[in-house]
Design a protein around this ligand. Structure first.
Ligand SMILES: Nc1ncnc2c1ncn2[C@@H]1O[C@H](COP(=O)(O)OP(=O)(O)OP(=O)(O)O)[C@@H](O)[C@H]1O
Length: 412
């Protein structure tokens, strides 16, 4: 049984962001735990002072001695497998809101880059939490280089609203409000009525939930298919909270079916319009909208294939040790399995580090967490996964040094 690594609760790294970017002094209150933690090397390049005489850039801030403590067995993430090889791999991190998806995704991206992989970290979260996590403005919908890691690390915050706008434009034709007007305009309104069951209007004018994710990911696929982005060998997705992800997973089939029907409709329209043309001499309408939908459909199929590619993709579920979060993670895993999305790792984040003297609050909290960890062990969906435990650290995970610190704890 793998022994556990944990941060003694007395260890408190304090990150003071000094004036210049990246010049951070890390003052670890080492007096409490000199025997456990000792600074191996701190990068002078980042402006670290006295704590170390390191000259070459470090691999780690601190060396944690592995010691067995009475916490449930945890596995290690198997980072060596994740980082091996230069064939492009995709890691999608997802789970309940607020569990630490962005922090874990960003820390994984930093760790890949610090191990030599040109890496792209993508978020479709409208709240721009990736910028918060890196403490750098990454908004704008284009690739932004992240300062700090050793190999190139770029971030992409896709704005779902903009992506949705694009989608809506696909369906609008000559300023109409959608296909219905478009068909009315061609005197084919009655045909639109008959096709009511297609819910054409809803599909094109009000995108279904999860579409943001699908379009955002399809945008990334577009990026990655172009030569200038062929350098990236690791792509890390910080996905939206569970609900969106589940809808996204079923979306390509939904769109496939609906767009498939639209394209059949296109067939009907073009034969109907040639009939109209011969009677009314009307112009043959160009069907740009339907053609663009065809492109969208192809991209959605690529999204679905990407999610299901066991050779290059892995979905990592992130949770926290509460009954609610574990229950949601179990449902998420069941849905991912149904959609044949490969999942092997589960991160249980923000676990209270062991402590000799628990206050009343902590001892109750700890009991709840143990109960949730027991739930994982007995859960039919989750018990087969590699469970990686990440401690609750008492500093906010912001900026590359802190992400590197968290990454060294989680991605071993
Ligand atoms: N192991 C940890 N120890 C302490 N704080 C943590 C840990 N992991 C994450 N946090 C903090 O928890 C907060 C939420 O983290 P994060 O934004 O990564 O979660 P999220 O799942 O992406 O949230 P959302 O669903 O809102 O996007 C942040 O303030 C982050 O710094």
């Amino acid at each position: 049984m793998a022994s556990s690594t944990c941060i003694p609760s007395t260890f408190t790294p304090i990150l003071h962001n000094l004036t210049a970017r990246n010049s951070i002094t890390m003052v670890g209150l080492l007096s409490h735990a000199p025997k456990i933690l000792r600074p191996l090397s701190l990068p002078k390049s980042l402006g670290f002072s006295s704590l170390s005489t390191a000259t070459k850039p470090p691999r780690k801030f601190f060396h944690l001695q592995v010691r067995s403590v009475a916490t449930p067995a945890e596995a290690v993430a198997g980072f060596d497998d994740m980082v091996a090889g230069t064939q492009r791999k995709y890691y999608m991190l997802g789970g309940k809101g607020g569990v630490g998806k962005t922090s874990c995704a960003a820390s994984l991206a930093v760790k890949f880059a610090n191990n030599g992989h040109p890496t792209l970290v993508v978020s479709t979260d409208p709240a721009h939490s990736l910028s918060d996590s890196f403490a750098q403005d990454l908004a704008g919908g284009t690739l932004v280089p992240v300062d700090g890691p050793e190999a190139p690390l770029f971030a992409l915050e896709i704005n779902p609203e903009k992506a949705r706008e694009e989608f809506r434009n696909v369906s609008q034709k000559n300023g109409g409000t959608g296909v219905k007007d478009f068909m009315d305009g061609m005197g084919l309104g009655m045909l639109a009525e008959q096709l009511g069951e297609l819910k054409l209007g809803e599909l094109l004018d009000t995108p279904p939930p999860g579409l943001d994710e699908a379009i955002a990911i399809s945008k990334v696929i577009q990026f990655l298919e172009s030569p200038e982005y062929s350098m990236f060998t690791r792509i890390v997705f910080d996905t939206a909270p569970t609900g969106h992800t589940l809808r996204l997973l079923s979306l390509p089939d939904f769109l496939d079916a609906s767009i498939g029907k639209i394209l059949k409709l296109k067939q009907k329209i073009s034969s109907a319009t040639s009939a109209i043309k011969s009677v009314f001499g009307q112009e043959q309408p160009q069907l740009g909208a339907a053609d663009k939908l065809e492109k969208l459909r192809e991209r959605m199929i690529k999204v679905r294939e990407l999610f299901r590619d066991t050779k290059s993709t892995e979905f990592v579920i992130v949770t926290i040790p509460t009954v609610m979060a574990v229950s949601e993670s179990s449902r998420l895993h069941a849905s991912l399995k149904k959609e044949s999305v490969p999942v092997t790792r589960l991160i249980v984040n923000q676990i209270l580090p062991p402590s000799a003297s628990d206050c009343k609050f902590c001892s109750i909290k700890r009991k709840d967490q143990m109960r949730a960890l027991d739930m994982i062990r007995s859960d039919t969906e989750l018990s087969g996964l590699t469970v990686i435990q990440a401690p609750l650290v008492d500093v906010e995970i912001r900026g590359v040094p802190a992400l590197r610190f968290l990454g060294d704890i989680i991605w071993k």
